[in-house]
Write a protein that binds this ligand. Sequence first.
Ligand code: PMP
Length: 755
Amino acid sequence: MNVAAAPRFTAADAVRMARELYGLAVEAESLPSERDQNFVLKDSSGPRFVLKIANREEALEVLDLQNKLLDRLGRIDTGMVFPRLVAARSGLEVTPVRGLDDAAYFVRLLTWVDGVPIAAVPQPASLLRSLGGGLARMDEALRGFEHSAAKRVFYWDLRHASMAWRYLDLIPEPRRSMLRPMVDAWQSIDWGRLPTSVIYNDANDYNVLVDAAGTRVVSFLDLGDVVHSATVCDLAIAIAYTMLDKQDPMAAAAEVVRGYHAIRPLSEAEVDALFPLAAARLCASVCYAANQTRHAPANEYLNVSNRPAWDLLEKLASFPQDWPREVFRRSCGYSQGARSTASLLESRRRMLGPSLSISYSEPLHIIRGWRQHLYDASGRRYLDCVNNVAHVGHSHPRVNEAAARQMALLNTNTRYLHENLAEYIERLTAMMPPKLSVVYLVCSGSEANELALRLARAHTRRDGIFVLDAGYHGNTSALVDISPYKFNGKGGRGKPAHVEIMPLPDVYRGPYRGSDAGPRYAAHVERAIRRVGPPAAFFAESASGCGGQIFFPSGYLADAFAAVRNAGGVCVADEVQTGFGRAGSHFWMFETQDAEPDIVTMGKPIANGHPMGAVVTTREIADSFANGMEYFNTFGGNPVSCAAALAVLDVIRDEELQENARITGDYLLAGLRELAERCSDVGDVRGRGLFLGVELRDASTAAALVDRMKTSGVLLSTDGPLHNVIKIKPPLVFDRADADVLLGGLRTALSQNSI
Ligand code: PMP
């Protein structure tokens, strides 16, 4: 329909028409419309009527369709109120009037319906369900309604969205390519499986009216887009608009779907078509807008809905492929194996070993991970600032493909030869100082540290271990014994006799803070050697995670390692959390300390979530361990693990993730420092690359902040001996925009005075 053929009457014209045609003494005010003209007619008691002047090209038959439809909606109990058609004094329901251009325009008068556009009110879940319910009732009321004018080829009918794709080329790159998969998804809709009826087809957020209290939907306005189409298109359009400007568009849409399904149950085919249809509606909007701004660049109405549409399209394009469908399926009870959060919690409570806490008082039920986001069953997306396992991004396709391909070919133990193993150990050792040249592949960080313990003891024939205070090295008995975080924590049995605790080189809270802090902390290691004798090994993370994201003063590790080595001990760098480029400036965190360990242990990020760990050591230490007893690890180093781990190295290199960690980490650190200056709750901010910590006043402040951030869609965790440090260690694909989201969230949360 030609927007240029829209009527151009003035408010004074409307007042005159109201008087002459309907005998009304009213004032008139124009309402926005794309193709038609609508005037609200008011008298002293407020708005009474809407005078509608149709587009010059509107067929009379279409107006008849709308009139019959209003008549039907007025007579069926939908629990809502619809405008009634008022005949002119002449008796005509539709009156032709002549415009200044001498063309004939059709005029109608409808009663005013009280209400507030849903766009103007807060939209809690209950209201969104009411929207779905109201729409379903309207669709039910129109079931069986027939009118020849409804069977038209109409550009807003989603079945004919191909009319919009003609303008796709007007959209510049990279946006055009972003829309392409959505257009493809629309193209693969199986229309034959979708029931059809005459539908309202325009539940945009200015057409949906709610009651004054904003609690329920009371009417739908403007039947200009009514068409005979797939019934589910009505809902798809409603959710397209509902999603605009929402922090969690899918969660909002899911509520509308739930409300709809409760009244007019959707078939599985309809549910599966919903997301492609909603996305297609948004794509069609921006395509038509691109075309119309060519012809009428100044038309305000066209531009209003454009920016939010693009913002939303960008968000939708970033979602993992089948997550929206899964959320809708879950809303309608069509997801195989899906269970409620309550039922999952109950199973866990009854049958899972109880020695494990669950994050958040309202636990998360995450069903997808993609890049730096996690996606839950209810339609919420979270920025994952915690997960240092999904190192190159959740569900990275290259890692998935590599592991799946190998899994389909062969997975067996390392008693046979395999290219993947050879290639991995070659590439891993190439990234290490030359003397660290022998690799053991295991299945976790704990297995790596457990083996490091055995290597050190075999090499030195000693038993004693030095560790850093607050350190954690793994979950086996031997490792709990060398983890102050555990043995001095809840349920711990205290320090075993063979273990010595070195003070954590913390320049914020610890005793030494000046430029000589490094050597002074390291002197404790020398003193301990003099006091208790030389250890088998000194275990230290290269920056302390469980200690609360503590970065050591310069010279510390190098001096401490020298002291231990001079006493014949072995230095173990636990890089389980800190390795593989996270430090940004260096691939390994120990390199930031100019220190060279004798053993490096790795885990978490090594295969992006596939269970794997590694130990790299010197030829001498490996030879000391090779006393005839084999070290066999059923799963360690299998070809699937190696394929995944190789893909991780490839992605870090190809996507320049170490460099990204440096650049994004520096940006984030600067932002956090700025925040700290303005906020008295923040004590210290520190970080290297994408391994950062924000130390808050106390544990309860930190816990409240983490909870508040979850509400705004950002996942964080706390740690440190006082549980007051916010840890930031996201997947390395975390970018500047994510940093802004995190900083904005923290700024808001910290400025709310209840923290
Ligand atoms: N070392 C450090 C520093 C760790 O943070 C962890 C795990 N949190 C481990 C070792 C143990 O790794 P895993 O849980 O894979 O056994």
